[in-house]
Design a protein around this ligand. Structure first.
Ligand SMILES: Cc1cc2nc3c(=O)[nH]c(=O)nc-3n(C[C@H](O)[C@H](O)[C@H](O)COP(=O)(O)OP(=O)(O)OC[C@H]3O[C@@H](n4cnc5c(N)ncnc54)[C@H](O)[C@@H]3O)c2cc1C
Length: 581
């Protein structure tokens, strides 16, 4: 049994349940997409991931990356796998056709990326950052930057990074102090960036850093921040990597997980200053970076899904093999999968995965629809879903990976069995690209409060209508439970928006709870949509309806808890004396 199998049948079901190809074909850009092509792409991705990427998962974790003589060397096999990956044209799957990409919809590209992340998260981080940078450059770069850099990135010949964080500027990007001084047609960049994923490596002969920095005399705070493209090597006239730019890898972080991906401290401009080119307008750096960050936030939610799926698969295999104790009502010792508590854990994981997958794919479709948005509805939906995908998927994935380890008992705590690695790897997903607290703050302050809750109300109304229509086909208990949960988050949203005027700290103490309540309700809705789409013609289809019952019994009741804690107000937290912490 291989360590990771792309869950193609579940993926195809989730893709169908969010609207399927008929809905994607309504978009002018994707009218020609066929089922055959969709199946072909997914099957090929699965083959590549299972054969080339999954076998490196554990060895790259053990070996890690090494910094020697100023160069980063990645674990054995990573560079060769990358060469194969770009030969397959996988970097440019969703990139615009005019820049050499295949312009496939996110509805398909996101499931493909789930496969990369489930097979080998460390590897997939490199390709994800390049894809997000392509989008930022395609949207904000000028024609000259696009013509030099986009073909190299879309083909994967060069990779890209995202440079925001500095020692004093993490969540608080207003504190960024890296400085870019104008000099002719370029800038000289000086400063230190920390935690830069794939900031240096031996996979390609050039790396394109997208760097946030201020310019002299710019406004304080985020309005004074601009985005710069800083190549590791300055391209020659023939667009080959030329002179080495003034950017140096100072050190590599020793991390809890994703050890196969080099996380670098980069120093810009220790000598003459690193040559950088402005992307977008001066002062628009954060807006430009948000193109990259929004894409990366959905990507991190999908990372959490991919790693959690891998953890689940390992636990399922182990539970079928490990014999321990006599299950209730039986006479013989039996595999632990027969014990009710182990079954509960496995099924809770499986139900959570189905919900995460539906939510992430629905966000991918909303991003596609936002490209051809007449009335702004799809854009508002994509914006609303982004922090929920990142926040809820990454939080629930912690539990899935933890339960997977628990199913292994003591063997889970031992590195040799391999159950601990997904648990370590998935831990980062609630932290980078903005912590859960930052996602929740974005969700409540920007996505709910900014439009008075209109986009959220539109989504919840759609769920109610869907439940009314699907009601007669699904189990009545499940429909009633989902309808009740929808009403709970509707009233909690209204109450929180009203309470925050009386008690400004209430938004801070309640926002994570509200985000998790939305994620849990949306997850349940997607499991229901999948149950309906699967039908009851065979055992596999009927098991989707049974999975909805598991979700309703074991995950949906959390909505009550989240709403109660969110409604509690801030007093118990804010009145507690800090000195007594
Ligand atoms: C392995 C790894 C890879 C990374 N890759 C990259 C990369 O490629 N590029 C890059 O630029 N960065 C990268 N990062 C940095 C990452 O994005 C930051 O670590 C993250 O945004 C949090 O910032 P911080 O670590 O400074 O934590 P802090 O901002 O110091 O946060 C600490 C705690 O305080 C909370 N907090 C802070 N401010 C607020 C607030 N206003 N309201 C409520 N709570 C708040 C946070 O939620 C958190 O719980 C990476 C980090 C790691 C560990």
């Amino acid at each position: 049994m291989p360590e990771y199998r792309a869950p193609l049948r579940e993926q195809r079901l989730a893709m169908t349940a969010v609207g399927g190809l008929p809905r994607v074909n309504q978009l002018a850009r994707h009218r020609e997409l066929t089922e055959d092509l969709v199946d072909g792409v997914l099957e090929e991705a699965a083959r590549f991931a299972e054969r080339e990427l999954a076998p490196l998962y554990r060895s790259a974790d053990r070996e890690g990356a090494i910094l020697a003589d100023g160069r980063v060397r990645t674990a054995a096999g990573m560079a060769a796998a990358y060469a194969e990956f770009i030969r397959g044209g996988w970097i440019g799957v969703a990139a615009p056709a005019e820049h050499g990409g295949q312009a496939l919809p996110n509805w398909l590209a996101v499931p493909v990326s789930e496969i990369w992340r489930g097979a080998n998260l460390s590897f997939a981080l490199c390709t994800m950052l390049t894809q997000a940078a392509i989008e930022a450059l395609a949207r904000h770069g000028n024609a000259s930057l696009q013509s030099v850099y986009l073909p190299k990135l879309v083909s994967g010949e060069w990779t890209a990074t995202m440079n925001l964080t500095e020692p004093q500027a993490g969540s608080d990007l207003a504190a960024i102090s890296t400085l870019a001084v104008p000099e002719g047609d370029h800038f000289r960049v000086r400063g230190k960036k920390i935690f830069i994923t794939w900031g240096d490596h031996d996979l390609t002969d050039n790396i394109v850093h997208l760097v946030l920095a201020r310019t002299p005399g710019s406004e304080p705070g985020v309005k004074g921040i601009s985005m710069f493209l800083v190549p590791k090597h300055l391209p020659t006239a023939a667009r080959a990597p030329g002179e080495r730019n003034d950017v140096r890898t100072v050190s590599l972080e020793h991390k809890l997980g994703i050890r196969g991906s080099p996380t670098c401290v980069l120093s810009y401009g220790e000598s003459e200053g690193a040559v950088g080119y402005l992307v977008g307008a001066l002062g628009d750096g954060l807006a430009c970076m948000f193109t990259m960050m929004n894409r990366a936030r959905v990507a991190v939610g999908v990372e959490a899904l991919g790693v959690a799926e891998r953890a689940y698969q390992q636990a399922r295999t182990y539970a079928r093999e490990r014999v321990q104790g006599v299950p209730i009502g039986e006479r013989e010792r039996a595999p632990i999968v027969r014990h009710p508590d182990v079954r509960r854990m496995l099924l809770t994981m499986k139900a959570a995965l189905a919900g995460m997958r539906g939510l992430a794919y629905s966000a991918a479709l909303a991003i596609d629809e936002a490209e051809e948005d007449g009335d702004g509805r799809a854009s508002a939906r994509a914006a609303l879903l982004t922090p929920i995908v990142k926040g809820w998927c990454s939080e629930i994935a912690q539990e899935v990976a933890s339960m997977a380890l628990q199913v292994h008992g003591g063997a889970g705590y031992i590195e040799e069995t391999g159950a601990a690695q997904p648990f370590r790897d998935v831990r980062i997903t609630t932290i980078y690209e903005g912590t859960t607290g930052i996602q929740a703050s974005d969700f409540v302050r920007r996505k709910l409060a900014a439009d008075g809750g209109a986009a959220a109300a539109d989504l919840l109304r759609e769920i109610e209508e869907w439940l009314r229509e699907a009601g007669p086909v699904l189990a009545p208990g499940a429909v009633a439970a989902l309808e009740r949960a929808v009403r709970l988050v509707q009233s909690a949203t209204r109450d929180l928006l009203a309470a925050s005027e009386r008690d400004p700290a209430a938004m801070g103490t309640a926002s994570v709870y509200l985000l998790l309540a939305y994620g849990t309700v949306l997850g349940g809705w997607h499991v229901a949509r999948q149950a309906l789409a699967a039908g009851a013609a065979d055992a596999w289809g009927r098991a989707r309806a049974a999975l909805l019952a598991v979700y309703v019994d074991h995950l949906l009741p959390r909505v009550d808890w989240y709403v109660a804690a969110g409604r509690a107000g801030s007093a118990s937290v804010m009145d507690f004396p800090l000195d007594e912490l």
